[in-house]
Write a protein that binds this ligand. Structure first.
Ligand SMILES: NC(=O)c1ccc[n+]([C@@H]2O[C@H](COP(=O)([O-])OP(=O)(O)OC[C@H]3O[C@@H](n4cnc5c(N)ncnc54)[C@H](OP(=O)(O)O)[C@@H]3O)[C@@H](O)[C@H]2O)c1
Length: 313
C-alpha cells in the first residue's frame, strides 16, 4: 500500500474545503518516524489555518493535511533513528509547517514525540500535546508560576485552560478560573479554587493581587486583566499582547507565548497522567471523516476540553 486516506484542503475556506481523499503515504526523512495515526487532536489553530486566517505568519503549501496533535504507533523509522522502535505507542506535537495527522499515516521528527501515557487510550492521548504544552510553557517557562502564588486562568474550561488548571494545582498555586456557569462544576472538579462566571461577573471586581494571568481569550478580557495583577506580575497571552503600553503603565509585564514541541515536557506530562494528576478532558470524539463537523464545533469557541478525530476503528 503506498496510499492512505487523509482529510486535505486544496484551498482556504469554510469547513466544506475539508475533503477525504486517497493520497500518497508520507516518506520519512532523516531523524523521522512514520506513525500509523490512531487519533488526531483538533485545535482552534486547525480551523484558523483552514480559513486562511494565519497564512501571513504560517505559510503552507496546498494541498495540506491539517492536525498537529497526534497519537499512534510507530510503523517505520528512518535509518539511524534509535530513540523509537517500530511498534512503540507515541504521542506528540507535529511541526506546524508541514502535513499533519488528519490521515492514516504521518511522518514526524522523533524530537517531537514521546511515549504515549500508558494509562489512557489513543483518543485521550491525542488531546494532550498542543493544549498541555501551551499551558505548561505559559505557566512555568514564561509565567514562572511558583507554589503559593495566585493564577487567574481565562478560558479555563477550554483546550489549553483545563490543562492549565491542573498544572497550576499540581504546582500548589491558587487557581481562579473564568468560564460560563455550565463549566463551574467541571472546573471545581479539576481543583479550581474560585470560578468566575464571566457572563455575569466582572472578574476585575472579584479578584486582585494576582501573580500570573493566563489569557487564552484576548480582546477586552485582556484589557481588563492588567488591573488585577500585583505590581511586577505577569500576563501570558496565547493570542498576543494587544497593548504593551498598558502593561507598562500598570507596572506589570505582558508576554505572548508561541507553543513549541518539547519531547522532554511531553514525557513529564505523560508521567503526570500515569500518576493520576492529569486527565485530559475529551468532550467529543468523531471519526476522521467528520473533520468538518469537528471544525464547526471548535469554531463556536465553547468547547469543553478537547475534540478528537479517531482514525481507523
Ligand atoms: N500561541 C499559541 O501557541 C497558542 C497555543 C494554543 C492555543 N492558542 C490560541 O488560544 C486560544 C485558546 O485555545 P484553546 O484550545 O483553549 O481554545 P478552546 O478550547 O476553543 O477554548 C474554548 C473555551 O473558551 C471558553 N471561553 C470562551 N469565551 C470566554 C470568555 N470570554 N471568558 C472565559 N472563557 C471563555 C469557553 O468556555 P465557556 O463555554 O464556558 O464560555 C470554552 O471552554 C485559541 O484562540 C487558540 O488559537 C494559541
Amino acid at each position: 500500500m503506498t496510499t492512505m486516506k487523509a482529510i486535505r484542503l486544496r484551498s482556504y475556506g469554510g469547513p466544506e474545503v475539508l475533503v477525504l481523499e486517497e493520497v500518497p503515504r508520507p516518506q520519512v526523512g532523516a531523524g523521522e518516524a512514520l506513525i500509523q495515526v490512531r487519533a488526531a487532536g483538533v485545535n482552534p489553530l486547525d480551523w484558523k489555518v483552514r480559513a486562511g486566517h494565519v497564512k501571513g505568519w504560517l505559510p503552507h503549501r496546498l494541498p495540506l493535511i491539517l492536525g498537529w496533535d497526534v497519537s499512534g504507533v510507530v510503523e517505520a523509522v528512518a535509518p539511524g533513528v534509535t530513540d523509537f522502535r517500530v511498534g512503540d505507542a507515541v504521542y506528540g506535537l507535529l511541526d506546524f509547517g508541514r502535513d499533519g495527522a488528519y490521515a492514516e499515516y504521518v511522518a514526524a521528527r522523533t524530537l517531537n514525540l514521546a511515549l504515549k501515557p500508558s494509562s489512557i487510550h489513543y483518543t485521550q492521548a491525542a488531546a494532550v500535546p498542543l493544549g498541555s504544552l501551551t499551558a505548561w510553557q505559559s505557566l512555568f517557562d514564561v509565567g514562572g508560576l511558583k507554589p503559593g502564588q495566585t493564577v487567574l486562568i481565562h478560558g479555563a474550561a477550554g483546550g489549553v485552560g483545563h490543562f492549565a488548571v491542573r498544572f497550576a494545582k499540581w504546582k500548589k498555586a491558587k487557581v481562579v478560573a473564568t468560564a460560563s456557569a455550565n463549566n463551574e462544576a467541571f472546573l471545581r472538579d479539576l481543583g479550581a479554587d474560585e470560578v468566575i462566571d464571566y457572563r455575569i461577573t466582572k472578574f476585575e471586581k472579584a479578584v486582585n493581587d494576582v501573580d500570573v494571568v493566563l489569557d487564552t481569550i484576548g480582546g477586552e478580557t485582556q484589557q481588563r486583566s492588567w488591573q488585577v495583577l500585583r505590581k511586577g506580575g505577569i500576563l501570558v497571552a496565547t493570542l498576543g499582547i494587544s497593548s504593551p503600553e498598558a502593561a507598562t503603565s500598570h507596572g506589570v509585564r505582558g508576554e505572548g507565548v508561541m507553543v513549541h514541541p518539547d519531547a522532554a515536557q511531553l514525557t513529564q506530562i505523560a508521567a503526570l497522567i500515569d500518576a493520576g494528576e492529569l486527565i485530559p478532558a475529551v468532550s467529543t470524539i468523531l471519526p476522521l471523516e467528520e473533520a468538518a463537523r469537528a471544525h464547526e464545533l471548535s469554531q463556536t469557541g465553547h468547547v469543553r476540553g478537547k475534540i478528537v478525530l479517531q482514525v481507523g476503528g
